[in-house]
Design a protein around this ligand. Structure first.
Ligand code: SF4
Length: 429
């Protein structure tokens, strides 16, 4: 079977830019499409091509004509979901191929894709289930029953058997097909340096109310073996920076320690970026030290809030004092901190002032500010559903307010953009 895997273009829209000319806070995603490379790793025997529309935004027509796929798989985060449907509609019109959508939006809100232009929705980890689907279609089955795969039926609510995700869904013996993007690798960079993606874990053991990660592995946390991670790092060859793209790289501390020691012993000579919770840093500063010695240069931390009440409201299971202590520990070790703070649309001037003052008192290398967004499928979406005024998913980039702002939009976005301007001196607004 000829299978085309498609990564959507950068397609999120920006209210601050469109209405107020504030161009500094638009979200641009530039990493390699590891999820699709991972799917492709389990498609041996099929003829597979990967189209990254983030690098080649006009490449769809040529791929459909030149490759003539039988099956097209499209991944999408929430702000790409509408574009994924448009891509599927183009595929139906121009290539008459079977269309499948997967990825984090499909995993959290599969009903969104229950539409004419889409034939199947893959929910959660798809490396095993997408292969099962491709094989079933090749055998001529039109409506195969595969746990975690929904057959669309636009006239009725989407029905499917849930899948119980486990290590078997990772198929770790089969590496990602990094070779499928070899000719695009010069586009996957961080500050001008080549950067490759490696997965070392899927899912997260926590359940923050705004977070969409639970859909990935049905709420489970699955670590990749040390051999798998080392193999994938090596497969990236000369690429000097490795982004561990897990939602929570250090969720299993014992495993993270063993991985760190194996990386150090292997003498890979790479620099690593990973995601860590602040409470993990505070409980295990020695682990951070060991990782730093093994090449960990930067961590991304979701600090989210600057008050205990705010953290509790998010079900973050963390405290503000722990966030501050983690900042001090990481600064002392010399690990660069990229920290996410969530700005609530209910913010008033005092709240913006407090957040800025907090960052003055607890400086981090690169603060990132997102706007609290009720992503479909999350507990926050269920709680805020009635308040949502912007339903167009193109705006669900985490940099737009989709519920009413307390300050009024013009003032809210002025203060929001000012946070970037004050903390990222190079940013233009
Ligand atoms: S925000 Fe982070 S800690 Fe919370 S559930 Fe998501 S990945 Fe886990």
């Amino acid at each position: 079977m000829r299978i085309l895997l498609v990564n959507p273009p950068n397609c999120g829209r920006s209210i601050p830019e469109e209405r107020y000319g504030l161009t500094s806070i638009k979200q641009i995603f530039r990493g390699e499409p590891l999820a699709l490379e991972t799917l492709a790793g389990n498609l041996a025997g099929h003829d597979v091509a990967l189209l990254d529309l983030k690098v080649d935004p006009d490449g769809l027509a040529a791929a459909l004509t030149g490759f003539s796929p039988d099956l097209v798989g499209i991944t999408a985060v929430t702000c790409e979901a509408q574009t994924a449907r448009q891509i599927a509609a183009t595929v139906k019109a121009d290539a008459a191929a079977t269309t499948v959508v997967g990825g984090i939006h499909a995993s959290n809100d599969p009903e969104f894709f229950n539409s004419e232009e889409i034939d199947f929705v893959v929910i959660g980890l798809g490396k095993a289930s997408f292969r099962q689907l491709a094989d079933a279609l090749e055998r001529g089955e039109r409506r195969p029953r595969i746990p975690g795969v929904a057959v669309t039926s636009p006239a009725r609510p989407l029905a499917f058997s849930p899948r119980s995700y486990g290590p078997g869904d990772l198929l770790q013996a089969l590496p990602p097909r990094y070779d499928l993007v070899a000719d695009k690798r010069q586009h996957y960079t961080l500050l001008g340096h080549p950067m490759g993606f490696v997965a070392s874990a899927y899912g997260c053991p926590f359940d923050c109310n705004f977070c969409c990660i639970a859909g990935q592995a049905g709420g489970r946390y699955l670590s990749c073996s040390i051999e798998t991670v080392l193999r994938d790092v090596r497969l990236l060859g000369e690429v000097p920076i490795i982004r561990l793209v897990d939602a929570n790289t250090f969720g299993n501390v014992g495993h993270a320690r063993s991985l760190c020691r194996a990386i150090a012993a292997a003498g890979l000579g790479k620099q690593f970026l990973g995601d860590v919770r602040s409470d993990t840093v505070v409980r295990h500063p020695d682990l951070m030290r060991e990782w730093h010695a093994a090449g960990l240069r930067t961590v991304v931390i979701g600090f989210e809030e600057i008050s205990d009440a705010g953290l509790a409201q998010m079900n973050k299971e963390n405290r503000e004092a722990v966030n501050r202590e983690a900042i001090a520990i990481l600064r002392e070790i010399g690990i660069t901190i990229v920290g996410d703070f969530i700005v609530d649309p209910a913010y008033g001037h005092d709240d913006f002032d407090r957040l800025y003052a907090y960052l003055q008192a607890n400086p981090i290398d690169l603060p990132i500010f997102t706007v609290m967004t009720p992503l479909p499928g999350t507990a926050l979406h269920r709680a805020w559903r009635e308040r949502i005024v912007t339903h167009d998913l193109d705006y669900y980039t985490l940099a737009n307010a989709v519920v009413p702002t307390r300050l009024g939009d013009a003032e809210f976005y002025r203060r929001y953009a000012e946070l970037f301007q004050l903390t990222h001196p190079q940013a233009k607004i």
